[in-house]
Design a protein around this ligand. Structure first.
Ligand code: AMP
Length: 283
């Protein structure tokens, strides 16, 4: 696997690759890789000729009291997993490579969608995500970009940016990989101690409850109440939100008949670790 850290080197390299007819696949990550990330790399490998994986813990998407400094970093293990998955290029920039301008003067906002759900609890988070992806997309050039539906709102927000700003990028949403008991794989699962790991199952259990009740025609508010009641059985859990929204707009859905493609989204703290997950309500 090749490795580069300088954006201009990667731009030059990929320009040549494209001239020789290669279709570029891109998987942006923050490292601390697990099988969920690897499933994106494997999909990219099947559909593209040359796959670039970036590992970059993006400071601008973390709030001041969030876990940027302690975010897990494990580049040796990551590289080995990427080689095994068939990644062709590791892009491993430093913060100053992506942000040479310590105080960026251009920001990207998205009206509405960045103020709800994750954006409500994590103000500025999606501005950071869009800022880094806009830069990465311009470095990568025309490509297919593989994003995990585990971060459902992120996929919606990024798709909007790509569409409205004419980035020459095709977004490929990919399904969430789970542990055997249903917990969505996440780099942040590494923070959980044994007891928290058990209780983290609350998220998937709550989503399954929501799905069952939605199929029975229960209104959203009732489902939300039942999830709150369920949370009482998990003393280490603090529910942030459980919302049922239409997947394309992220607007709230009240009852089944109103929605073509409803999805339940959940966020909760498990001890001091914030976890998110989601489930489509109609298979
Ligand atoms: P991250 O390193 O957490 O920024 O994630 C990098 C990419 O991997 C994002 O597109 C995530 O949505 C995706 N991802 C994270 N967890 C999973 C998972 N369990 N299954 C599939 N994709 C995932």
């Amino acid at each position: 696997m090749l490795s580069l850290s300088n954006p201009h080197d990667l731009i030059g390299f990929l320009t040549e690759k494209r001239k020789s007819g290669s279709r570029i696949g891109f998987v942006p990550t923050m490292g601390a890789l697990h099988k969920g990330h690897i499933s994106l790399v494997e999909r990219a490998k099947k559909e593209c000729d040359f796959v670039v994986v970036s590992v970059f813990v993006n400071p601008t998407q973390f709030g001041p009291n969030e876990d940027f400094n302690k975010y897990p970093r494990s580049i040796e293990a990551d590289s080995q997993m990427l080689v095994a998955a068939g990644s062709d290029m590791l892009f491993l920039p430093n913060v100053s490579d992506i942000y040479p301008d310590a105080q960026p003067e251009i920001s990207i906002t998205i009206a509405g969608m960045d103020k709800i759900l994750e954006g409500k609890t994590r103000p500025g988070h999606f501005n950071g995500v869009l800022l880094v992806l806009a830069r990465l997309f311009n470095i990568l050039g025309p490509c297919k970009t593989y994003l995990g539906l585990k971060d459902f709102q992120q996929v919606a927000v990024v798709k909007k940016m790509v569409q409205e700003l004419f980035f020459p990028v095709e977004i490929v949403p990919c399904p969430t990989l789970r542990e055997a008991d249903g917990l969505a794989m996440s780099s942040r699962n590494r923070y959980l101690n044994e007891e928290e790991r058990q209780q983290a199952l609350f998220l998937f259990n709550a989503l399954r409850l929501a799905k069952r009740e939605y199929a029975e025609g229960k209104p959203t508010s009732e489902i939300q109440n039942e999830v709150k009641v369920l949370a009482e059985n998990y003393p280490l859990i603090k529910l942030d939100y459980i919302e049922i929204v239409e997947s394309s707009t992220l607007l709230p859905v009240e009852i089944l008949t109103n929605s073509k493609n409803p999805v339940a989204l959940i966020a909760a703290w498990c001890g001091t670790t914030r976890l998110i997950d989601n489930i489509p309500l109609i298979p």
